[in-house]
Design a protein around this ligand. Sequence first.
Ligand code: HEM
Ligand code: HEM
Length: 142
Amino acid sequence: MEWFVKAFLKASLAWLALGVTLGVAMAAYPLWTLHRSAHMHMVLLGFVTMMIYGVAYHVIPRFTGHPLHSRRAAGVHWWLSNVGLALMVLGFVTRAYGAGIGTVALATGGTLSALGAYVFVYLIWRTVDGPVHVPVVAIASR
Ligand code: HEM
Ligand code: HEM
Protein backbone atom coordinates (compact mmCIF):
# COMPACT_ATOMS: atom_id res chain seq x y z
CA MET A 1 0.00 0.00 0.00
CA GLU A 2 1.32 3.48 -0.93
CA TRP A 3 2.36 5.72 2.02
CA PHE A 4 -0.20 8.38 1.10
CA VAL A 5 -3.05 5.80 1.05
CA LYS A 6 -2.09 4.69 4.57
CA ALA A 7 -1.69 8.32 5.66
CA PHE A 8 -5.16 9.28 4.34
CA LEU A 9 -6.79 6.27 6.07
CA LYS A 10 -5.06 7.09 9.37
CA ALA A 11 -5.82 10.81 9.11
CA SER A 12 -9.48 9.93 8.42
CA LEU A 13 -9.63 7.78 11.57
CA ALA A 14 -7.89 10.45 13.65
CA TRP A 15 -10.34 13.14 12.43
CA LEU A 16 -13.26 10.79 13.26
CA ALA A 17 -11.96 10.30 16.81
CA LEU A 18 -11.45 14.06 17.30
CA GLY A 19 -14.77 14.94 15.63
CA VAL A 20 -16.96 12.57 17.66
CA THR A 21 -15.16 13.71 20.85
CA LEU A 22 -16.20 17.29 20.08
CA GLY A 23 -19.70 15.94 19.23
CA VAL A 24 -19.99 14.32 22.67
CA ALA A 25 -18.69 17.51 24.29
CA MET A 26 -21.40 19.49 22.43
CA ALA A 27 -24.04 16.97 23.46
CA ALA A 28 -22.97 17.25 27.11
CA TYR A 29 -22.47 21.05 27.19
CA PRO A 30 -25.14 22.66 24.98
CA LEU A 31 -23.23 26.00 25.01
CA TRP A 32 -20.46 24.29 23.04
CA THR A 33 -22.80 23.78 20.05
CA LEU A 34 -21.28 27.08 18.89
CA HIS A 35 -18.49 24.76 17.64
CA ARG A 36 -20.93 22.86 15.41
CA SER A 37 -19.10 24.01 12.24
CA ALA A 38 -15.78 22.71 13.56
CA HIS A 39 -17.38 19.34 14.49
CA MET A 40 -19.15 19.08 11.14
CA HIS A 41 -16.00 19.68 9.09
CA MET A 42 -13.90 17.35 11.26
CA VAL A 43 -16.29 14.48 10.50
CA LEU A 44 -17.32 15.39 6.94
CA LEU A 45 -14.13 16.88 5.47
CA GLY A 46 -11.91 14.93 7.90
CA PHE A 47 -13.38 11.46 8.29
CA VAL A 48 -15.66 11.06 5.24
CA THR A 49 -13.67 12.92 2.58
CA MET A 50 -10.23 11.67 3.64
CA MET A 51 -11.50 8.07 3.76
CA ILE A 52 -12.76 8.54 0.20
CA TYR A 53 -9.41 10.07 -0.89
CA GLY A 54 -7.44 7.14 0.59
CA VAL A 55 -9.70 4.41 -0.74
CA ALA A 56 -9.92 6.06 -4.18
CA TYR A 57 -6.13 6.36 -4.52
CA HIS A 58 -5.83 2.63 -3.78
CA VAL A 59 -8.79 1.28 -5.71
CA ILE A 60 -9.19 3.46 -8.82
CA PRO A 61 -5.78 2.59 -10.36
CA ARG A 62 -6.68 -1.11 -9.83
CA PHE A 63 -10.21 -0.74 -11.26
CA THR A 64 -8.98 1.09 -14.34
CA GLY A 65 -5.72 -0.82 -14.81
CA HIS A 66 -3.91 2.55 -15.13
CA PRO A 67 -1.14 3.72 -12.77
CA LEU A 68 -1.97 6.72 -10.58
CA HIS A 69 -1.17 9.81 -12.67
CA SER A 70 1.25 11.26 -10.08
CA ARG A 71 2.20 9.65 -6.75
CA ARG A 72 4.14 12.79 -5.78
CA ALA A 73 1.06 15.00 -6.24
CA ALA A 74 -0.98 12.58 -4.10
CA GLY A 75 1.53 13.12 -1.26
CA VAL A 76 1.26 16.90 -1.68
CA HIS A 77 -2.53 16.47 -1.58
CA TRP A 78 -2.30 14.79 1.85
CA TRP A 79 -0.41 17.77 3.29
CA LEU A 80 -2.76 20.32 1.69
CA SER A 81 -5.85 18.53 3.04
CA ASN A 82 -4.57 17.97 6.56
CA VAL A 83 -2.84 21.31 7.19
CA GLY A 84 -5.87 22.94 5.52
CA LEU A 85 -8.42 21.21 7.73
CA ALA A 86 -6.38 21.83 10.92
CA LEU A 87 -6.35 25.57 10.08
CA MET A 88 -10.07 25.48 9.25
CA VAL A 89 -10.90 23.90 12.61
CA LEU A 90 -8.72 26.48 14.38
CA GLY A 91 -10.50 29.20 12.39
CA PHE A 92 -14.02 27.89 13.14
CA VAL A 93 -13.23 27.57 16.84
CA THR A 94 -11.64 31.02 17.27
CA ARG A 95 -14.21 32.73 15.03
CA ALA A 96 -16.97 31.44 17.30
CA TYR A 97 -15.58 33.88 19.92
CA GLY A 98 -15.46 36.72 17.43
CA ALA A 99 -11.67 36.71 16.94
CA GLY A 100 -10.69 38.34 13.62
CA ILE A 101 -7.68 36.04 13.22
CA GLY A 102 -10.19 33.16 13.00
CA THR A 103 -11.34 34.37 9.60
CA VAL A 104 -7.75 34.49 8.32
CA ALA A 105 -7.13 30.92 9.57
CA LEU A 106 -10.43 29.72 8.11
CA ALA A 107 -9.86 31.37 4.74
CA THR A 108 -6.26 30.08 4.53
CA GLY A 109 -7.23 26.57 5.66
CA GLY A 110 -10.24 26.54 3.35
CA THR A 111 -8.04 27.55 0.39
CA LEU A 112 -5.52 24.77 1.16
CA SER A 113 -8.32 22.19 1.56
CA ALA A 114 -9.88 23.31 -1.72
CA LEU A 115 -6.49 23.10 -3.49
CA GLY A 116 -6.16 19.54 -2.12
CA ALA A 117 -9.57 18.68 -3.54
CA TYR A 118 -8.59 20.14 -6.96
CA VAL A 119 -5.42 18.00 -6.96
CA PHE A 120 -7.60 14.93 -6.24
CA VAL A 121 -10.04 15.79 -9.04
CA TYR A 122 -7.17 16.26 -11.51
CA LEU A 123 -5.30 13.08 -10.48
CA ILE A 124 -8.34 10.81 -10.55
CA TRP A 125 -9.52 12.33 -13.83
CA ARG A 126 -6.13 11.73 -15.48
CA THR A 127 -5.86 8.24 -13.95
CA VAL A 128 -9.27 7.24 -15.34
CA ASP A 129 -8.15 8.42 -18.80
CA GLY A 130 -4.84 6.55 -18.48
CA PRO A 131 -1.43 7.29 -20.01
CA VAL A 132 -1.36 8.82 -23.47
CA HIS A 133 -0.29 6.19 -26.01
CA VAL A 134 1.53 7.41 -29.12
CA PRO A 135 0.56 5.06 -31.97
CA VAL A 136 3.49 2.88 -33.10
CA VAL A 137 2.92 3.99 -36.71
CA ALA A 138 3.41 7.62 -35.66
CA ILE A 139 6.72 6.81 -33.91
CA ALA A 140 7.96 4.72 -36.87
CA SER A 141 7.31 7.58 -39.32
CA ARG A 142 9.37 10.14 -37.31
C1 HEM B 1 -20.48 10.27 18.81
C2 HEM B 1 -20.81 10.81 17.64
C3 HEM B 1 -21.43 12.19 17.49
C4 HEM B 1 -21.99 13.04 18.41
C5 HEM B 1 -22.15 12.83 19.90
C6 HEM B 1 -22.45 14.20 17.67
C7 HEM B 1 -23.07 15.31 18.26
C8 HEM B 1 -23.52 16.40 17.58
C9 HEM B 1 -24.14 17.57 18.20
C10 HEM B 1 -24.42 17.74 19.68
C11 HEM B 1 -24.44 18.44 17.20
C12 HEM B 1 -25.08 19.82 17.35
C13 HEM B 1 -26.56 19.72 17.17
C14 HEM B 1 -27.20 21.07 17.38
O1 HEM B 1 -26.81 22.05 16.77
O2 HEM B 1 -28.13 21.14 18.19
C15 HEM B 1 -23.99 17.86 15.94
C16 HEM B 1 -24.12 18.44 14.70
C17 HEM B 1 -23.75 17.84 13.53
N1 HEM B 1 -23.13 16.62 13.38
FE1 HEM B 1 -22.60 15.38 14.87
N2 HEM B 1 -22.16 14.04 16.35
C18 HEM B 1 -21.53 12.83 16.19
C19 HEM B 1 -21.07 12.28 15.01
C20 HEM B 1 -21.26 12.82 13.76
C21 HEM B 1 -20.86 12.20 12.51
C22 HEM B 1 -20.15 10.84 12.42
C23 HEM B 1 -21.24 13.04 11.52
C24 HEM B 1 -21.07 12.92 10.04
C25 HEM B 1 -20.35 11.97 9.43
C26 HEM B 1 -21.87 14.20 12.13
C27 HEM B 1 -22.37 15.28 11.46
C28 HEM B 1 -22.95 16.37 12.04
C29 HEM B 1 -23.49 17.50 11.29
C30 HEM B 1 -23.51 17.65 9.76
C31 HEM B 1 -23.98 18.42 12.22
C32 HEM B 1 -24.61 19.78 11.93
C33 HEM B 1 -26.09 19.61 11.81
C34 HEM B 1 -26.77 20.94 11.57
O3 HEM B 1 -26.21 21.99 11.84
O4 HEM B 1 -27.92 20.90 11.11
N3 HEM B 1 -21.86 14.04 13.50
N4 HEM B 1 -23.44 16.63 16.20
C1 HEM C 1 -12.58 23.44 1.06
C2 HEM C 1 -13.49 22.81 1.73
C3 HEM C 1 -14.60 23.49 2.54
C4 HEM C 1 -14.68 24.76 3.04
C5 HEM C 1 -13.66 25.88 2.93
C6 HEM C 1 -15.95 24.87 3.72
C7 HEM C 1 -16.39 26.02 4.39
C8 HEM C 1 -17.61 26.14 5.00
C9 HEM C 1 -18.07 27.32 5.72
C10 HEM C 1 -17.24 28.60 5.92
C11 HEM C 1 -19.33 27.05 6.17
C12 HEM C 1 -20.23 28.00 6.97
C13 HEM C 1 -20.02 27.64 8.42
C14 HEM C 1 -20.74 28.54 9.41
O1 HEM C 1 -21.74 29.18 9.03
O2 HEM C 1 -20.30 28.56 10.57
C15 HEM C 1 -19.67 25.70 5.77
C16 HEM C 1 -20.85 25.05 6.06
C17 HEM C 1 -21.10 23.73 5.79
N1 HEM C 1 -20.26 22.84 5.16
FE1 HEM C 1 -18.44 23.24 4.46
N2 HEM C 1 -16.60 23.67 3.65
C18 HEM C 1 -15.82 22.79 2.92
C19 HEM C 1 -16.09 21.49 2.60
C20 HEM C 1 -17.23 20.81 2.99
C21 HEM C 1 -17.49 19.42 2.69
C22 HEM C 1 -16.56 18.52 1.86
C23 HEM C 1 -18.68 19.11 3.25
C24 HEM C 1 -19.45 17.81 3.25
C25 HEM C 1 -19.00 16.65 2.80
C26 HEM C 1 -19.19 20.33 3.89
C27 HEM C 1 -20.38 20.44 4.56
C28 HEM C 1 -20.88 21.61 5.09
C29 HEM C 1 -22.19 21.71 5.71
C30 HEM C 1 -23.22 20.58 5.85
C31 HEM C 1 -22.33 23.04 6.15
C32 HEM C 1 -23.50 23.65 6.92
C33 HEM C 1 -24.48 24.26 6.01
C34 HEM C 1 -25.57 24.96 6.82
O3 HEM C 1 -25.76 24.65 7.99
O4 HEM C 1 -26.16 25.85 6.24
N3 HEM C 1 -18.27 21.33 3.72
N4 HEM C 1 -18.61 25.17 5.05
